[in-house]
Every structure is written in C-alpha cells, then in structure tokens.
Write a protein that binds this ligand. Structure first.
Ligand code: KG4
Ligand code: ZN
Length: 365
C-alpha cells in the first residue's frame, strides 16, 4: 500500500490530495476560473501567482482532513508535464522541496496519466486492455491502455481539442468561460436536432479518412456561420409597428448549444465505439474535463450497451483537474518501484507514450 501526497498546478486549478492506492483520504481544489473568466481564457502569469498563494493552504487542509502527517507518507507527487511551465513549477518545486525535507521519494506524474487513473476512483475496472477516450481542454485522444506506462495512441484530434471547441463556441455564443459547463447549462432544454452540423473527418493523403481521428475546426466555423445567418435573418425583420421599440428577438441559444453538444458527443462516441470494436477492446473508458458532460456520458452508455461493450466513466468530481487522480498514478508508480529524480524539472510538452521517462535515474529535462 502506498500513501501519497499529490500536488497539481498544471493549468488553472490548484489542487492537493492524499491518496492511499485508489482511495482518496482527502482532496481539495481551488479553482481560479472566476479570475480567468474576465479575460476569456487562462492567463499564465496570473495562474502561477495564484498557485503560489493557494497551494500551502491546500496542503495543510488535506493533511488535516485525512489525519495523515507528512512523516507517514510513502511519497510526494507532483504533475511535471504537460502544461503551463510557470504553473507546473509551483507544484513541482513544492513537491521536491517537501520530499527532500522529509526524506521521501518524489514521484513526477504525467498529467494525462493522472486523467487515465481518475477512472480508478470509481467502480473497479474489468481486466485490461481497454480503450480510453481522453477528452480535455488540451487533448482529444483514443488510447489503448495495457497497464501503467503502456499506452498506444490510436486516434487524436488534428486541430482543436474537444474542450477547446466547447470553450471557443461558448465565447461565440457569449456564454462565458469555461465553455463546457456553460454550454451544458444553456443547452439543457434545447432541441439537439434543430441545427444540422458537420462531423469533421480527417482525410488521408492516400485517399479516404482516418477512422479514429477527429477535427473540430469545421464544426466551429459551421457554428459561426449559423449564428451569423440567424443574426442576419433576425435583423432583416422590420420592427413591428405595434411595438417599434421591442428588443430584437434573442438567438435560439438553447437549441444552438444543444445541437453543438449533440454533434460533439456523437462524433466522439461513434468513433470510439468503432475503434473499440475493430481493435478487439471490450471496455471503453471516458476521462478528462469534457467527460463531465452529461449528454456525452449518457450517449456513451447507450451506445456501449447497444454494441455489447463494457464501459466506465470517471466519477464526476474527478473529471476536471484534481490532485486525487495524480495521487492514484503516483501510488501505482511507487508500488512498481519507480520514483523520480529530485533534479527533474517540468516540461510544457511530453507525449503520454513517453511518461516512463519521468522515472529515469537521470533527470530527463
Ligand atoms: O481536464 P480539464 O479540467 O483540463 C485540462 O487538462 O485541459 O478539462 C477542461 C476542459 C475545458 O475545456 C472545459 O470547457 C471542459 O473541460 N469541460 C466540459 C465540461 N466541464 C468541463 N466540457 C463539456 N461539458 C462539461 N460539463
Ligand atoms: Zn487536465
């Protein structure tokens, strides 16, 4: 059994958790969303400063709530890649300092391996291998997972990540940041079939399409065109003589949001189920911030049932960034006898397939 303090500051959530293998003893997240919302997206400089301010209190809080003292830990973990470098450094430097002070192993964690492990905080998984659909603000990937560190990418987005598409379309519809929850709320009572939107496909140079890849840039443009057409139609209607001052009719936001959500959910689920079937993988797993989307979760469940696939979805509380998932990944690595160099810094980019490099005896960056 490995008990770990885990720290996560790769983007705009500061988080700390104490995890014993796959059990969360305490988890705390301080979101900076409101602060970044004013700017319509994450401002890296502000993110780093807020992490510095928030992290010490979060560490105190999880130690208090779990009743675990730092001296009792088997290791101290921090996300090392990928993410905003200045933001990543806050957890990494804090984690390495605590590890040195308390003479504990330091475990650097790949952020996406953390997301993969978030599903282990829910119902137990059937034996692998399985197919993971990882959908976050920065990534949209289909991964075959055979075990910790054994990842093979089978599909990906060629342009925007799914979460990024939600954020950009929310900005277009003036719904605020982050876009995912805003679109979900706006589309709750909308008609998901009102607007026909494209399911972007990626052409192969030799002809045909990549069957498991995604493209969301055409969908974003189609949404823009739809909004402009609706605005033009609205503005061309002369004001009624009975009420010349009546405000122009608002856009059908609920139907626009629901139609967008529906097409994103369909394209993600259809290609994932096809990939699982064709690759002989019996279990489909959904993780990442966009996995919090209820329409996507419901569609995945329905299609997996229809196709005879087992499925698991990360618990709602652990879909968006948190430190508990980082702790699960770290506990797994410690149990396998792995830890990281105290000299290891952070990296803005590191493919998930290279996560094992974080455990080389010489720091790899
Ligand atoms: O995993 P995450 O917290 O951070 C990254 O590692 O990127 O994912 C954040 C992304 C954002 O783009 C956000 O808009 C999206 O997840 N998201 C959602 C929902 N909640 C968060 N997208 C759709 N529906 C949601 N309910
Ligand atoms: Zn994330």
């Amino acid at each position: 059994m490995a008990t770990v303090l885990a720290l996560e500051t790769s983007c705009d959530e500061s988080a700390a958790a104490i995890v014993r293998d796959q059990t969360v003893l305490a988890s705390a997240v301080a979101s900076q969303v409101e602060e970044h919302a004013r700017w319509g997206g994450v401002v890296p400089e502000i993110a780093s400063r807020r992490h510095v301010e928030a992290l010490p209190q979060l560490i105190d809080q999880v130690c208090r709530e779990s009743g675990v003292a730092l001296a009792e830990l088997d290791g101290i973990a921090a996300t090392a890649a990928p993410g905003l470098v200045g933001a990543l450094l806050v957890a990494s430097v804090t984690g390495r300092t605590l590890a040195r002070l308390h003479a504990k192993p330091f475990v650097a964690v790949h952020h996406l391996e953390g997301h993969l492990c978030s599903v282990q905080l829910g119902d137990p998984l059937p034996p692998g291998p399985y197919l993971v659909l990882l959908v976050s603000g920065g990534h949209t990937e289909l991964l075959r997972v055979d075990g910790p560190g054994q990842y093979q990418r089978l599909g990906r987005s060629h342009d925007d990540a799914a979460g990024e598409a939600f954020d950009k379309v929310a900005r277009l519809l003036d719904l605020g940041y982050p876009g995912g929850p805003a679109i979900e709320a706006a589309g709750l009572d909308g008609d998901p079939r009102r607007f026909a939107l494209p399911k972007g496909r990626v052409s192969r140079p030799e002809g045909g399409f990549y069957p498991y890849d995604f493209s969301f840039s055409g969908l974003k443009t189609a949404m823009l065109r739809q909004v402009r057409a609706l605005e033009a139609a609205r503005d061309s209607v002369p004001a009624s003589p009975d009420s010349p001052d009546s405000p122009a009719e608002a856009l059908p936001l609920a139907d626009l949001a629901a139609s967008f959500e529906q097409v994103v959910a369909e394209v993600l689920v259809e290609r994932s189920c096809r990939c699982a079937r064709e690759q002989g993988l019996g279990t489909l797993v959904l993780v990442g911030g966009v996995a919090a989307n209820r329409r996507l979760r419901a569609l995945l469940e329905a299609r997996c049932q229809r196709d005879g696939l087992a499925w698991r979805v990360a618990p709602l509380a652990y879909c968006t960034d948190n430190a508990a998932m980082i702790g699960v990944a770290a506990a797994q690595r410690l149990t396998a006898g792995q830890h990281s160099s105290l000299e290891l810094a952070v990296a803005a980019r590191l493919p998930l397939e290279q996560a094992d490099r974080l455990y080389e005896s010489q720091a790899c960056f």
